[in-house]
Write a protein that binds this ligand. Structure first.
Ligand SMILES: Cc1ncc(COP(=O)(O)O)c(C=O)c1O
Length: 466
């Protein structure tokens, strides 16, 4: 038998990537302390920080190190420069796009899963991690009132979740016409095109004055296609649109889909958590969805990334995605092989943080946190209505409110948002609703105070009116 030193390469020490254990522990505690310092001081700093590529490269770039550089310094550079220069979706006055107010418990779960290389691919390769994922998905499925037969999987975000549903729908029912509305999130059209859906088979139906997909408009588009000899395949309803928080009439759309044998997909990536409340916040009909998506990294207080997709037809995900290559044969045969429910084979265990969050806080506390975000948008609407320079365009709906100036033009709205965001106090978004440029606030961070809201609206109204 050769000793290690006799085979070229084996003189390399096996522990060459290891830190000294005491140093590893010390820097691990530093990471914890630095994260907590970040979280406890974040609201005193800008909601979004951006620098130029040149400035950032000066701090972070240079030639590829061959011999390695100091770890403490690298960690500080990441915390102070790379991770500082971003939109802080967890900032109390980050009202832009969709915030990501992650919670302390979920962060701990994510750290643990990363540190212990959590993987949830096959049963043989991760029965514990698969079990927490399935339990978390089933807890949410039942609390949402989805079809109890629904099976799910966690993927990286709403985009991939809806694309996973579209792939499944097409595999189960065949191809045909896909019906979206002008308020459907752009990721769904992108996903459809990405999986080879013919652009000519995608209908973008205009929404009504409340930004809803009207079942009557959907019916006439479907009947038109049927008359022309085409096959309606999938219709997408939204539970909480990104622009206005509007919730389509899901029960009526589901009935229409049933009548024509159409797969009914519901995108609740943003608004889905509102349906966890006992009063359901105006979201009904989820039990009729063939597939449903909800993003815990938006409004269930998770660090990026985590999105749920459920399909109501038992084993449809496996029928669509399962592959049984010879090199994975030894890992199969248990309760569930999650790699057979989406396009991902190696998958981080997103279920660990989600399970810990649901178990630790309990549904009642999470529902309260969601409800607070809904109430904050209602308060924001009151602030808008008490300022006679601005008016509400769409009322507070699932944590989203939009408003506009009585006098300023579209460019002035975009400029006001840019000015306030650059000032650092708060970040907002402009958007366009049926051709009209408006300012939009998304208020789902439970840390946000009423003063945060009133000062932000006053700043925006001042910026709009010079
Ligand atoms: C309603 C809706 N659907 C889908 C998405 C896409 O989700 P993700 O960014 O996680 O891919 C978003 C993102 O904001 C959304 O608001």
């Amino acid at each position: 038998m050769s000793s290690d030193e006799q085979i070229p390469g084996l003189e390399i020490a096996p522990d060459l990537l290891d830190l000294d254990v005491d140093e590893f522990r010390r820097l691990g505690y530093w990471v914890v302390d630095r994260t907590i310092e970040h979280l406890t001081t974040l609201d005193d700093r800008p909601a979004i920080t951006t620098s130029s590529f040149d400035q950032l490269s000066d701090a972070l770039g240079g030639p590829l190190p061959l011999t390695g550089e100091d770890l403490s310094e690298g960690l500080s550079l990441l915390a102070d420069v790379a991770l500082e220069n971003q939109q802080h979706g967890d900032h109390a006055r980050y009202f832009a796009r969709v915030p990501g107010p992650s919670s302390h418990v979920a962060i701990l779960g994510d750290w643990l899963a990363s540190g212990m290389q959590g993987v949830a691919s096959s049963w043989g390769g991760g029965s514990g991690t698969a079990t927490v994922e399935v339990i978390a998905l089933n807890w949410l499925r039942d609390a949402l009132g989805l079809n109890p037969q629904s099976q799910g999987v966690l993927v990286s975000g709403g985009s991939l979740a809806s694309t996973t549903a579209l792939i499944t729908a097409r595999a189960e029912r065949g191809s045909g016409i896909l019906y979206l509305s002008d308020q459907t999130h752009s990721s769904i059209k992108r996903g459809a095109l990405g999986i080879g859906w013919d652009a000519a088979d995608i209908r973008i139906l205009p929404t009504d004055s409340a930004f809803l997909l009207s079942p009557a408009a959907a019916r006439s588009a479907i009947e038109h296609d049927v008359r022309e000899g085409r096959r309606p395949a999938v219709l997408v309803g939204t539970a909480g649109t990104t622009n206005t928080g509007a919730v389509d009439d899901l029960a009526a759309l589901a009935a229409l889909c049933r009548e024509y044998g159409i797969w009914f997909h519901v995108d609740g990536a943003y608004g889905g958590p509102a349906a966890l409340a006992p009063g359901r916040n105006g979201i009904s009909g989820l039990e009729c969805a063939d597939s449903f998506v909800l993003d815990p990294h938006k409004w269930l207080f998770q660090p990026y990334d985590a999105a749920c997709v459920w399909v109501a037809h038992p084993n449809a995900l496996e029928r669509t995605f399962a592959m049984y290559p010879e090199y994975l044969a030894d890992t199969q045969g248990g309760e569930v092989d999650l790699h057979n429910r989406s396009l991902e084979l190696t998958r981080r265990s997103r279920g660990v943080k989600l399970w810990l969050t649901l178990r630790t806080y309990g549904m009642n506390v999470l529902v309260d946190a969601v409800q607070r975000g809904i109430a904050l948008a209602e308060y924001a609407q009151q602030c808008v209505e008490s300022d006679d320079r601005i008016h509400t365009v769409t009322p507070a709906r699932l944590g989203v409110v939009t408003f506009a100036s009585n006098t300023a033009d579209a460019a002035m709205h975009s400029a006001a948002v840019a000015e306030v965001t650059a000032g650092g106090f708060a970040a907002a978004t402009s958007t366009v609703l049926h051709g009209k440029t408006v300012i939009r606030l998304c208020t789902i961070n439970p840390h946000t105070t009423t003063e945060d809201i009133s000062r932000t609206i006053a700043l925006l109204a001042d910026a709009l009116h010079g």
